[in-house]
Design a protein around this ligand. Structure first.
Ligand code: 4NP
Length: 152
């Protein structure tokens, strides 16, 4: 059975598509499936934000094939681990859970680097390009930890 991992942010066009692309670049697709979704539905069917595509490209990761999806309760059945980008995403995803087993799948991705500190990946949507570089670096380090901790 493949380990299935879902990255979640608000719009599914900036942070979680990058997280999906970065983790995908680190795993064996025969063993691990990585996807992403947004808690909001505004960008369903859209390509990632051009600034996320650009920072991924600079790091030799292609995320242009990704399309926006909205998180749903069904995702709790599909995925083994659900990594959210910030506390607001965490609350939105937990609201849709029904059981403790589902809730145990959800964690803030920067808990990988700063356990228990509830650090947010800042939303770069309204900022400049440097915000995207910063987000890339944070997500890269967090994904390295995920790969080692889960032995992916
Ligand atoms: P993301 O950023 O959650 O990292 O994809 C956002 C993208 C779009 C919006 C909000 C956040 N929006 O309101 O459209």
């Amino acid at each position: 059975m493949k380990t299935k991992i879902l990255m979640v942010c608000l719009g599914n066009i900036c942070r979680s598509p990058l997280a999906e692309g970065i983790l995908t670049s680190m795993i064996d697709p025969e063993k691990v499936m990585v996807a992403s979704a947004g808690t909001g539905g505004w960008h369903v069917g859209s390509q990632p934000d051009p600034r996320s595509i650009e920072v991924a490209n600079k790091n030799n990761i292609d995320i242009t094939h990704q399309r926006g999806k909205q998180f749903s309760t069904y995702d709790y059945e599909i995925y083994d681990h659900i990594f959210v980008m910030d506390a607001s995403n965490y609350n939105d995803v937990i609201k849709l859970s029904k059981t403790d087993t589902e809730r145990a799948k959800v964690s803030m991705i920067l808990d990988e680097l700063f356990p228990g500190e509830k650090v947010d990946v800042p939303d770069p949507y309204y900022g400049g390009d440097s915000g995207f570089d910063n987000v890339y670096d944070m997500l890269y380090s967090a994904c390295e930890k995920i790969v080692s901790r889960l032995a992916l």
